[in-house]
Design a protein around this ligand. Structure first.
Ligand code: PBG
Length: 327
């Protein structure tokens, strides 16, 4: 029996300073993006399943933008929560629609200190809650939806969005939007493709956050959680179509897909730590089951270790501030 091993990896773990010296991955505020919900109501609204997150109003949004800029965040991702919805999702392309107005307000408040990003998807604007428009049989009509996405992209670009988050999972959405923006002279607008977006139970609290009207599921357009290879295919197609950044979503349950995309992608790879990942930690911590702060950092560093260049997370502000303040 060998009681004196010659290899002793514990040597590098013996003190905080030694551990800090050999740490492989770090978080930085500039690589965190805060998702922000904006309601059309007069007052901010709490979100029952996401303790600590609320719907902002057009009046409170500038304060959030200021706080995010002060914390050094890379950007904010805006989601609109309209009061009225219809079959075509008209509010998405209306310059006075809540999301387009929020984009303008945020862009002015940001004044170049962080990037203003907008969710490009119809689900908050349709009365049926799907990410696209429906055909006669009630299925999601891919190509008719692309026409809506193109109009939405132009409206968001006009409103001042710098990065468009294409989260609808329609085939050909990146190429359609890129071509339309370029034709309109908006070659400057960055496209973030939610390439590997899975049909996930972890979006549960988000549906609350945007007051989703969806009945049923999104399995005809979002990916089957059992399929890894398909996530890689979606990412490579989006890169061919002209995406500037690709994303994997959710993050925690899909770290293998994230790592594989990160290994192959010639462009930046982001991850979205979604509402259910947030709620799990918050609710488990509130129940006394886990150490909240350590769990937050561990979940984020795991996403970085898997290969994410930047992360969308509801903890962006809190983590960004603590990185700034050095604790
Ligand atoms: C679609 C969209 C969703 C999320 C971001 N963009 C919802 C969905 O696909 O059902 C989920 C984000 C989260 O859960 O935090 N507009």
């Amino acid at each position: 029996m060998t009681t004196h091993p010659s290899h002793r990896p514990r040597r590098l773990r013996q003190s905080p300073a030694m551990r800090r010296l050999v740490t492989e991955h770090t978080l930085s505020a500039s690589a965190l993006v805060l998702p922000v919900f904006v309601t059309e109501r007069d007052e901010p609204q709490p979100i029952a399943t996401m303790p600590g997150v609320r719907q902002e109003t057009l009046e409170t949004l500038p304060q959030v933008v200021d706080a995010a800029a002060d914390a050094g965040l890379g950007g904010i991702m805006l989601f609109g929560v309209p009061l009225a919805r219809d079959a075509a999702g008209s509010g998405a392309t209306d310059p006075d629609g809540i999301l387009n107005r929020a984009i303008g307000v945020a862009r002015t408040a940001a004044a170049g200190r962080l990037t203003v990003q907008a969710d490009l998807c119809l689900d908050e604007f349709t009365d049926h809650g799907h990410c696209g428009v429906l055909d006669a049989q009630g299925g999601v009509d891919n190509d008719a939806t692309l026409e809506r996405y193109v109009a939405m992209a132009l409206a968001q670009a006009d409103a001042g969005a710098e990065i468009l988050g294409l989260s609808g999972m329609m085939d050909g959405q990146v190429a359609a939007v890129r071509e339309a923006l370029d034709a309109a002279g908006r070659t400057d607008v960055v496209l973030l493709a939610y390439s590997a977006k899975y049909a996930s139970a972890f979006y549960g609290p988000f549906r609350d956050a945007v007051e989703s009207t969806l009945v049923g599921d999104r399995k005809t357009y979002q990916l089957d959680p059992a399929n890894g290879r398909e996530g890689l295919l979606e990412a490579s197609r989006d890169i061919e179509e002209g995406a500037d950044i690709v994303m994997v979503k959710p993050a925690g349950p899909y770290l293998d897909v994230l790592a594989a995309v990160a290994e192959r992608s010639p462009i930046p790879v982001w991850a979205y730590q979604v509402s259910g990942e947030y709620a799990m930690v918050e609710l488990a911590a509130a129940a006394g089951a886990i150490d909240r702060d350590r769990a937050i950092i561990e979940s984020l560093i795991g996403i970085r270790r898997a290969g994410a260049d930047a992360i969308l997370t509801y903890w962006a502000l809190e983590v960004g501030r603590s990185l700034r303040d050095g604790h």
